[in-house]
Design a protein around this ligand. Sequence first.
Ligand SMILES: Nc1ncnc2c1ncn2[C@@H]1O[C@H](COP(=O)(O)OP(=O)(O)OP(=O)(O)O)[C@@H](O)[C@H]1O
Length: 241
Amino acid sequence: MEKVIEIKNLTKVFKNGRGITDINLDIHRGEIFGFLGPNGSGKTTTMKIMTGLMKPDSGDVKILGHSVLEDFEKAMEKVGCIIETAESYPYLTAYENLKQFSRYYKNVDDDRINEVLELTGIIKYKNEKPRKFSLGMKQRLGIAAAILSKPEVIILDEPLNGLDVEGMLDMRNLIKSLAERENTTFFISSHLIHDVELTCTHIGILYNGKLLNVDTTRNILNNYASLENYFVSEVETNGKV
Ligand SMILES: Nc1ncnc2c1ncn2[C@@H]1O[C@H](COP(=O)(O)OP(=O)(O)OP(=O)(O)O)[C@@H](O)[C@H]1O
């Protein structure tokens, strides 16, 4: 199976001693990888390094075979991402925002803009400005921007944050259908156990800056009945500092 994301010996320790240590992880094409960890476990730090927003102390990340440290532009060429919050221009409409983002790409026309507005459930709000949007609506617009150029890899930091039940269901279905229909690979961070269980095909548990274990959701549910049981067991067995 083709490796799409390779994280090797990744370490970043802040002056206060927190951060991530020696993360190793391979993610293959079409997987929906859930990076599950409590607040402060190091998810955002890892994702910032993956997307070039932060430099590691040591180690490297390769995306589609290109190192983010040595060949950043190539590594990011087919990646869509939202790290921390989805930013948009508050005084442009949803459509105008996407039109603005489309200028970064060669292959995005008006049909594609309308298609992503439809896919993310915000076509009705096409001509409204995001300064009036709820957090959930802003998140949808962020995801619309992230998938605009049909990226092969999508990196999302807490994508279900701020969404209501309907929004979560829509987003989950969108992620699954992109993975199935277009073989898009997802790297999704979350601290919401239930959501990760329902959305992801593979799960890695991050705890105190260390990756405790990685397995398929199917294996975890077969062996532990629920992701919560697995999480507790992993933290008890491998999470002691
Ligand atoms: N720039 C920084 N300087 C010092 N410490 C930091 C910095 N950034 C993050 N940390 C610390 O490193 C640890 C990991 O933070 P990180 O934001 O990666 O966690 P997270 O898993 O994304 O948590 P959350 O879900 O709360 O966003 C935390 O203890 C945090 O306080």
